[in-house]
Each structure stands twice: as C-alpha cells, then as structure tokens.
Design a protein around this ligand. Structure first.
Ligand code: HEC
Length: 696
C-alpha cells in the first residue's frame, strides 16, 4: 500500500469509527440471508444460516496457495485451547478466547480495538467435561452477543465493548454450562446448554437481541409429569420414558449445533446424550426417550415443535446428535431436495428432507457396531443385540463416546458438491453399574469398572482421516488419512481449497476437488476449531483460532502432539511474512524424594484416574492444555496440597477437590505423580518445528 493511500484509508477508518456509533456490525437477518453478496464478511458462526462454511472468495486458490504465510497472530493468554469460529464484519474481527473473553480486532492488522471480560466463574470448569471453550459468538445490529461457561448470556456494544445486557440462562445451583455459539434469528438470540454427564435437563432458550428478555424456552426432554408439561411436545415425549428419569435431569442438552431455514422459518436443534449413559438405568422399562440424540425442528418465533427425527432411539452410548447440521439444495435421484445433512457422532451420515424431517439416506462413514444399518422404511437403526452391554459384561462398541465425528465444523462446497469433515475410527468398552446412584453436581456416567472386560483384541485402535462425502450419491468420495484422531474443523473456498488443522500440529491447505496437499505450516499445536476466510480492502485472509481443545486431547493427552504452545489466533495471507515465537522447551525435572510404598502409589493412580484424569490426561500425559503434572516445578510440588485441597488456583480453573478426595488420597496421588516423573525425568515438552512450512 502506498503511504498516501494508507493515509486515506486511515482517515476513512477514523471517519467510519467516528460516525459509526450504532452502525458498527450492523448485521441483521437480511444481511445474513444474503451473505453470498458480501463474501468479504463472516457474519454468523457457520457463515450462513445454513451453516455451510464455504467462502466464495477465490483470490487465494489452488494455484497460488503455496505462497500463503502468516499475516498476523494474537496470543490469547491461555493454553486452554480454542473451539471458536471468529466473525468478521466490515474489517473488524470479533472473537472469544478462554473464559469467554471477547476481543474486537482490526481484521487486517490484528490491532486490538477493545476487549471485554465477562468474568465467568473459572472454578466452573469442574462442572464441564472438556475445557472452558466457547465455539463462538454472534453479532446483531451493533451488538456482540456471547455466553459464559457458567450459563450467562450477554451483549456488548460492537463499537466500544461496553456491556448492554447480561442474563442468566441456567440455574446456578445445577451443573449446566455453555460452550455453544449463539445464533440470532428473527431478532432472537438462540442459546442451548451442556452438562449431560453431570445430570441436567436440556433446553434451548430464545432472548430478544435488543433487551435480553426471555421470549421462549423449549425443553429437549420431559420433566417430572407430576408438575405438568410445558408443551404438547413434552407430553408426547414423556410417553417414551419410564421410571423416575427426571431426578438426574434426563440429559439431551443442545450443546452445539443449530441451523435455520428462513424460507421455511424452521430452526433446527441438535440434542445430546442421555443421563445416565445406560438406558436401562435411565429409563427402566425401555422407550425411545425423546428427544435424546435427535434433530428437532422448531418455529423460530415461538419455539413451537414442528417435527423431529431421532437418530438414536433409547440412546445408550453417549451419542450426541449435536454435530453441525448443514442445509443445502441437492439433486438426489434427479429431484432437487431441500436437505439437512449431519455426520453424526454415531457414525452414520444422515440426509433428511428438512421440510418435514423425512429420512432420505443414512450410510455409515466409519465402522459402526452399535447398529448394523438404518432401516429406511422406519427410519430406525437396526441395533446389534449381541453388542448390548450389561452390569456384568462390558462390550467394545464403535464409535466411542468421542464420536465418529464430533463438534469440529464440517463444510459443504457447492462447487465440488462434496461435504468435508474430520472423521475417526474408535471403540469403547461400555458397561453399566447395577443400580443408578445419582450424585448431583458430579460426573455421572455409571460405567462399571467391575464388569467383565472384553479381551484386549476387541479394542479398536483410534485413527483419523478427513472425509470427502458425496451426499447425493450417499457415499465416500475419497479420504485424507491423518496420523491419529481429533483433526480440525474444515473450511472450503471457491479457490478450490479445503483448509484444516491436523492432529500432527499442522495447518494445511488441500485441493478441494481431489485432496492433494498443497501447503502446510507447523503451528506447534492442534487447530481444531473452524477456520474462516474474509477479505479487507480486496485482500483475502484465512484465520483460525488454534490450540488443542475438546474431550479427546484433554482426557487422552497422548493423542495430541505434546506441546506447550499458547492458544493463538492465526491469520494468513498470500506473501504474509510474520513469524511465530518458538515455544520454550520444558524438561521433566527430578521430582522431590518420596518413600511411598508400591501399594500407596497404586492407590494414588486409582484416585487420580477417578478424579483428575478427566482434565490432566490418561497415564499422566496431558495435551498441554491443562498442566502436565509430570512437569511440575519444585514450587508446585511444595504447594500440591494447597492447590488440590485448598483451592489455591481456583481462579485459574483448578477448583478445590476437598469435597471428593481425602487428604491421604491426595498424598497418594502426589506419590503416584512423583513415581512417574522420576521414571520419565529428562523428557522434553515442546515442538521445535513451529512455522516450518512447505508445499508437501
Ligand atoms: C476440571 C478440570 C480439572 C480437574 C478434574 C483437575 N484439575 Fe488440576 N488443574 C486444572 C487446571 C485448569 C489447572 C491449571 C491452573 C493454572 O493455570 O495454574 C490445574 C492445575 C493443577 C496443578 C498445578 C500444576 C502446575 O504445574 O502448575 C495441580 C498440582 C493439579 N492441578 C492437581 C490436580 C489433581 C491432583 C486433581 C485430581 C484430584 C486435579 N488437579 C483435577 C484443572 C483440573
């Protein structure tokens, strides 16, 4: 840019900012519906109401992407990862970091315009399965709207970051959390919640975007019939439940995807798994347990039920049907159909007629052993009876609770007519306890460690790949194999590009038509969130909020390349020359001495697995998001008790566990960590390949 032009641009920016009070991010429904007319912007989390995640921009394309480089980056002051899709409106980027802190940035330079910390409760992490993530935010008529992990929804002025309204959407005495992004349809902010494993009753709420006033609420599972039903839909759903399911909430939270068809005026909601996981414990006597693991269509203005399709009747395996629901008009058998597509956690790719919920096709995209197929006449799965687990016998079933595909965004490219998403093969040894012993505010999955385990040969090694799926032909077109599971969300562009972070810590551009690898850069961590593309002053950018996130890297840290890289917003352009700092290496230091017995160490390992593993990782290996306890400093070793029992780091997400672990158990856990650190001392943590890039 010439200095003169730069000055003019700066003046225009200044004038724009000065005159724009109220006009900044002036996004309404008409603009989102016509999103293709402004490809420079990314105005809602899926770019369009149909959640296609395809950018019509083509200045960066399969011929020149080899020249892609870093334009700018922003460290988000955390290692807790990111699941966020940033938004860009008229040259300003809005994004959300850990603990729901909102940033407004100059999308061209990364200059901070404002930052707003909603002061979410950090110790609430204890009531979340998978990190304090947020999958994004919404903009609406001069407001930026987002939720907090502990259940609030708030709006700030898009020009200044000054708070406008702030409401509670959940009962603070129940273990609800929010990780999903709000969508705004017809002036209403739609928001769900999470907490299935802890025991909540799922629902979706809609608030006026202008005032934060509650307009409607749709429960996804019925409550106690003695208290009466909120709607006819709940009376209908209650007929499919037995026992006293409401005591543990039942589950079914809408924790991720929504999509909206403005012509049909239908809002689509994906619902989660049941609590407990086992249907025998949850609803003794059977039943479909509506609306667990379903796609439900609601009237956007009122939240009135219109239709539903339940993918997993009597959900029994922690299958959530909250994965992205992408709307498209596709020719199937010569007839143009209005479809809704979902690559479900349960391993089937579903195509529904979105006008009425009728199933058009459902094919497995991975090895599925819970059901052999979906019966097209009834729309119901044909379950494999021999794989049903009990309290006495555990069974390995595929996919696992991590899913054949999880929340990582998928993309539909209308030019290749293919859907792309990260898929994975996995299995899990499911079992159940004899009776359901529900503990409020605690992890309640009722797996039975005493059940007979299947032989090791029944295990399914976890693998990961990106699938290009042909939804019209209802089959896989091709795949890109990766080093392991939990690869990143996908963006496609009109430049024939498929953009994705991989499990190996690379950010990659492939050719969308055939999967050829065209460019990559090592970023020192996973980029699992959905990338976006936008342009400012005619120059195209690609952005991703990078940092390992989600259940699998947290619980199974070993699958994530071990790193110590901060969570970062990375923005790329052709010829970008910015450089990333290298991550300082850390080494497992010799731990303090311990004379614990082997029996005490074993007790510590068991106690660790029961309470700590879910965040600090299996076998004490962490993805780096939450500290890897083998790498504790001498000072942290000395503080161990005050951290674990005294809550010394509660404001940083490590709450006190004094209510669930005894002091002798904490000592045993410490002894276990010391024994592993001693064995592994000298091991290095970190990547020395950051920024290495190339065309293969
Ligand atoms: C809900 C998630 C979660 C659980 C469960 C959890 N932790 Fe933590 N823990 C964290 C987070 C987040 C931090 C990082 C806090 C910070 O930034 O200092 C942390 C930090 C720590 C630290 C400090 C480590 C260091 O090197 O700075 C110790 C020690 C620790 N945890 C021990 C435990 C033990 C022991 C348990 C089980 C009794 C446990 N944690 C369970 C989330 C968790």
């Amino acid at each position: 840019m010439s200095p003169r032009f730069g000055m003019i641009a700066a003046c225009l920016w200044f004038l724009g900012a000065a005159s724009a009070q109220g006009a900044v991010a002036d996004v309404g429904g008409a603009r989102i519906i016509a999103a293709d007319k402004e490809p420079q912007n990314w105005m809602t989390v899926g770019r369009t109401y149909g959640e296609g995640r395809f950018s019509p921009l083509a200045a960066i394309n399969d011929r020149n992407v080899g020249r892609l480089g870093l334009a700018w980056y922003l460290d988000l002051d955390t290692k807790l990862g990111s699941e966020t899709t940033p938004l860009v409106v008229d040259g300003v980027m809005y994004t959300v970091g850990a603990w729901n802190v909102i940033y407004a940035l100059d999308a061209k330079t990364g200059r901070l315009l404002w930052r707003y910390d909603p002061k979410s409760r950090h110790d609430w992490l204890r009531y979340m399965c998978c990190g304090p993530a947020s999958r994004g935010l919404a903009v609406w008529k001069g407001r930026v709207i987002a939720a907090t992990i502990d259940g609030r929804l708030f709006a700030v002025d898009a020009a200044t970051g000054k708070p406008l309204w702030d409401v509670r959407t959940t009962d603070p005495n129940k273990p609800y959390s929010i990780t999903g992004a709000p969508r705004v349809v017809r002036g209403l902010v739609v928001i769900g919640n999470a907490g299935g494993e802890f025991g909540v009753r799922g629902y979706v709420s809609a608030y006026a975007a202008t005032s934060g006033k509650l307009k409607w609420r749709f429960y996804t599972v019925p409550g106690n019939p003695a208290k009466g039903f909120e709607s006819k839909a709940m009376a209908m759903a209650a007929k499919t439940w037995h026992g006293k399911w409401w005591r543990s909430g039942g589950g079914g939270p809408a924790w991720d995807a929504f999509s909206y068809d403005p012509d049909l005026d239908l809002l689509y909601v994906g619902t989660g798994n049941g609590n407990a996981w086992s249907r025998d414990l949850r609803s003794p006597g059977g039943g479909d347990n509506l609306f667990l693991c379903s796609i439900v269509a609601l009237r956007a203005d009122t939240g009135r039920y219109v239709w539903h399709y339940q993918e997993v009747p009597g959900e029994n395996w922690d299958y959530d049907c909250v994965q992205q629901m992408t709307l498209a008009d596709i020719k199937i058998g010569g007839v143009e159909r209005k479809v809704l597509m979902q690559a479900s956690k349960d391993g089937f790719f579903y195509v529904l007629d979105r006008t009425n919920g009728k199933l058009l096709s459902a094919q497995p995209f991975v090895h599925t052993t819970w059901a052999s197929r979906i019966d097209m006449k009834t729309g119901r799965p044909v379950e494999n009876e021999q794989n049903l687990y009990t309290d006495k016998q555990a069974k390995v079933v595929s996919p696992s609770p991590f899913g054949a595909h999880n929340w990582q965004p998928m993309s539909y490219d209308p030019l290749t007519r293919l859907v792309y998403f990260p898929a994975q093969e996995s299995g899990w040894a499911y079992s159940r306890t004899t009776t359901f012993d529900y503990h409020p505010m605690a992890w309640n999955i009722s797996q039975n460690p005493k059940a007979k385990r299947p032989p090791a040969s029944a295990n399914v090694p976890a693998t990961g790949f990106t699938l290009a799926w042909d939804p019209a032909a209802n089959k896989e077109a091709w795949r890109i194999p990766h080093g392991g599971p939990w690869n990143g969300g996908v963006l496609t562009t009109a430049g024939n590009l498929l953009i994705e972070g991989t499990q190996g810590g690379e950010f990659v551009a492939y050719r969308a038509s055939n999967g050829d690898k065209l460019w990559h850069m090592h970023i020192g961590t996973g980029a699992v969130a959905g990338p976006i593309s936008y342009s400012v002053d005619g120059e195209q950018y690609i952005a991703v909020s990078a940092g390992w996130a989600g259940s699998l890297p947290i619980i199974g840290g070993g699958i994530a390349a071990i790193h110590d890289t901060p969570t970062r917003l990375l923005v790329f352009k052709l010829g970008g020359g910015e450089t990333l700092p290298q991550t300082p290496r850390r080494v497992i230091a010799p731990p303090p001495p311990s004379n614990a017995s082997a029996a005490e160490i074993a007790r510590g390992e068991a106690a660790y697995n029961k309470t700590c593993r879910i965040c600090h990782g299996g076998d004490l290996v962490s993805s780096g998001m939450i500290p890897d306890l083998r790498f504790m400093s001498a000072a942290t070793h000395a503080e161990f008790d005050s951290i674990v029992l005294g809550g010394a780091r509660a404001d940083r997400g490590m709450a006190s566990f004094a209510d669930s672990v005894s002091a002798p158990d904490v000592e045993a856990i410490h002894a276990y960590i010391i024994s592993v650190a001693k064995r592994e001392q000298g091991r290095v943590f970190g990547s020395d390949r950051i920024q290495e890039s190339g065309s293969k």
